[in-house]
Design a protein around this ligand. Structure first.
Ligand code: PGA
Length: 256
């Protein structure tokens, strides 16, 4: 079965809920007439805008999926400042980004924690977008494959094959995030095809063939078509360029 391309906007810690309304309305305008059956579009605003955007999606029948940027793995408890999977599900959230490199580097997230969160996502009817990728130093040292191998095996450990097949992986070289530097389409394709092999070994060929693997790191309208044209790249996780409706829409339109 063909993998449906997915373009997800990671808004990070940008946009108040009022800015969020303007952005998502602008995006709906830019994407009027877009065939959402051929390319899926997901917006991942901060927690404070999830309710607002969900209401807009419902009332104005926008075909965007809704994603959160993080969550805890426990279903409730004394975890000040955290958000539970069921809280996201009750807001009709579809996706949750897990293990973004900013969470790993700045907030101490571990491979084990990402795995707990992936299991909790499926237990609550959410689809995880699991991030992996190497630092500049790791790339220079030639250890990109070793790094993503470890991150992916750990994240998928113990997932049922049916669940793993619906998980999304985002390969985001850390040196390319927010820097304007992008992996060449060939390098991104090579690493993503390597990740697909790791998934085949850890979860089986069928899971690997079905799983969508995205590229992330300075994706823009100008480089999207070349990246998305690679056979193993099934879409993009977009940061900076998702904060402007016309630019994000252009990335969606460049995706086949
Ligand atoms: P960027 O961020 O597109 O701004 O590089 C991507 C991401 O961090 O998901």
């Amino acid at each position: 079965m063909a993998r449906k391309p997915l373009i997800a906007g990671n808004w990070k810690m940008f946009k108040t809920h009022l800015d969020a309304i303007r952005l998502v309305q602008g995006l709906a305008h830019e994407l009027a007439g877009h065939n959402f059956e051929s390319v899926e579009v997901v917006v991942c605003p901060p927690f404070t805008s999830l309710r607002t955007i969900q209401t807009l999606i419902d009332s104005d029948r926008y075909e965007f999926g809704l994603g959160a940027q993080n969550m805890h793995w426990e279903s409730e408890g004394a975890f000040t400042g955290e958000v539970a999977p069921g809280m996201l599900k009750s807001l009709d959230v579809d996706y949750v980004i897990l293990g973004h490199s900013e969470r790993r580097e700045l907030f101490g997230e571990t491979d084990e924690g990402v795995n707990e969160k992936a299991k909790a996502a499926f237990a609550n009817g959410l689809l995880p977008i699991i991030c992996c990728g190497e630092t500049d130093a790791e790339r220079e040292a030639g250890s990109t494959e070793q790094k993503v191998d470890r991150q992916i095996r750990a994240a998928l450990d113990g997932l049922k094959p049916d669940d793993a097949a619906r998980a999304v992986i985002a390969y985001e070289p850390i040196w390319a995030i927010g820097t304007g530097k992008t992996a060449t389409p060939e390098d991104a394709q090579n690493t993503i095809s390597y990740i697909r092999k790791v998934v085949a070994q850890s979860s089986g060929e069928d899971v690997a063939a079905a799983m969508r693997i995205l590229y992330g790191g300075s994706v823009k309208s100008g480089n999207a078509a070349a990246l998305m044209g690679q056979s193993d790249i099934d879409g993009a996780l977009v940061g900076g360029a998702s904060l402007e409706a016309s630019e994000f829409a252009a990335i969606v339109k460049a995706t086949k």
